[in-house]
Ligand binder design. Structure first.
Ligand SMILES: Cc1cc2nc3c(=O)[nH]c(=O)nc-3n(C[C@H](O)[C@H](O)[C@H](O)COP(=O)(O)OP(=O)(O)OC[C@H]3O[C@@H](n4cnc5c(N)ncnc54)[C@H](O)[C@@H]3O)c2cc1C
Length: 380
């Protein structure tokens, strides 16, 4: 702890890199060691092509103004997809009529520049993927400094003692499925004309042991979240339902039915707790028979509203297996590559497991790099 605090004081962040930061830190170290020059705060604004249509360079805009960089072997697009592009969201995301009905977790720079650059030279966005985006249910947070944030519901949904319901008070999905599946179900099940959202409902036992979105378990106080309106509390299930605008009869009935089966470790409606994935995401120390199920019986009861959010786009530029961007006739565009979420997902818009963004990003980044290393020039 003292080393960490020292790092915070001297470097403004921890210097012990683990997981993703370790991976990126090592990559940066290796790049610097072999003489790669990194230009920060510099945006690619256009691709340069020769008279055959092959990409031979890129126009950049940065602190020193605009200039062109000529590529010897190729240009690799890796600008992070288009989850922040309202027009593309409106056109491609379901139930997003103005583009604003989506709360992404991605950085502000993910505005679709790579896809637009690829399209400008004949590349095409893959519209055949099952889902254009990797979804995650999120709740909207207002921090003490007035800023707004988006919090991903990854840890809480499968824990025993919480359920997800729609405005009619009914459950609509196995809450212990992955975040993508939970959000897809929300988009499918909320009736047309209603706001796409759901509420996670938990009892006092749950709040003692597990997080509910931003709210941490005992002994971390939840008062700030109640004060800000992030969490709602009700003495009874009906009281809670009335406060959050959910049908009290529907919720009461749902909780009673859920509790009856949860006590014996079953969920006949959605099969929650019936797969290893569900069980592993629950709690092995849960005293009830199923690691993912517990009755909601001890008041007060709590709710947090969740809405559709995302980790990034699945729809990207169509490429071949070496990440070369393909044109309308499936021919590689000379000198142009796309990786990461600028490249259409090899998963076809499905979310079989965590890691399905970073795994392919590393794999196809590696393949692009290997191909680039083996070429001597750019040709159509
Ligand atoms: C909260 C969260 C959790 C996640 N967890 C996981 C996980 O557990 N497993 C997993 O596989 N995936 C996860 N993901 C998804 C994964 O992190 C992303 O898919 C991945 O980081 C995308 O990498 P990328 O290189 O394509 O884009 P990014 O990492 O977004 O990098 C793109 C870069 O391009 C820059 N840029 C944008 N426009 C331009 C321009 N015109 N010119 C120059 N530069 C530009 C941006 O500033 C940015 O630095 C998570 C995402 C989030 C948000």
């Amino acid at each position: 702890m003292s080393t960490h605090l020292f790092d915070l004081v001297t470097e403004r962040r921890g210097q012990q890199l683990v997981n993703g930061t370790a991976l990126v830190g090592r990559l940066l170290r290796s790049a610097l060691d072999v003489g790669v020059e990194i230009r920060v705060s510099t945006a690619a604004s256009a691709l340069v092509t020769d008279d055959t249509g092959a990409v031979t360079g890129v126009r950049l805009r940065g602190p020193v103004g605009a200039y062109t960089v000529t590529a010897r072997r190729g240009v690799v697009l890796a600008t992070g997809g288009f989850t922040r592009d309202l027009d593309r969201r409106k056109a491609l995301f379901p139930r997003t009529p103005t583009g604003r009905e989506h709360w992404t977790l991605t950085p502000p720079t993910t505005t679709g520049d790579g896809v637009s650059l690829g399209e400008s030279v004949g590349g095409r966005l893959d519209r055949t993927v099952a889902s254009p985006v990797a979804y995650c249910p999120v709740s909207l947070v207002r921090y003490r400094n007035g800023k707004e944030g988006v919090f991903p519901h990854i840890m809480d949904r499968a824990k025993p003692g919480v359920i997800g319901v729609l405005a009619d008070g009914h459950r609509f999905v196995n809450e212990a499925l992955g975040y993508h599946d939970y959000t897809l179900a929300m988009l499918e099940q909320v009736p047309d004309g209603q706001e796409v959202c759901s509420w996670l409902i938990a009892d006092a036992n749950y709040m003692r042991h597990y997080p509910l979105g931003m709210a941490k378990p005992f002994p971390i106080p939840i008062r700030p979240y109640l004060r800000s309106g992030y969490l709602t509390r009700g003495a009874t299930i009906r009281d809670l339902a009335a406060k959050i605008g959910v049908d009290p009869d529907g919720l009461d009935k749902t909780v009673r039915a859920f509790n009856e089966h949860a006590r014996v470790g079953e969920d006949p409606d959605f099969g929650r707790g019936s797969t290893l994935f569900n069980v592993r995401s629950g709690d092995a120390d849960n005293p009830w028979p199923n690691a993912s199920l517990a009755p909601l019986e001890k008041g007060p009861f709590y709710a947090v509203k969740v809405v559709p959010g995302s980790f990034g786009t699945f729809a990207g530029l169509v490429t071949d297996a070496d990440s070369q961007v393909l044109d309308a006739s499936d021919t590689p565009i000379g000198g142009l590559y796309a990786v990461g979420v600028d490249q259409s997902s090899v998963m076809g818009g499905h979310y079989p497991s965590g890691g399905i963004n970073l795994g392919p990003a590393m794999t196809f980044g590696f393949r692009a790099g290997r191909r680039l290393a083996s070429t001597t020039g750019i040709s159509r």
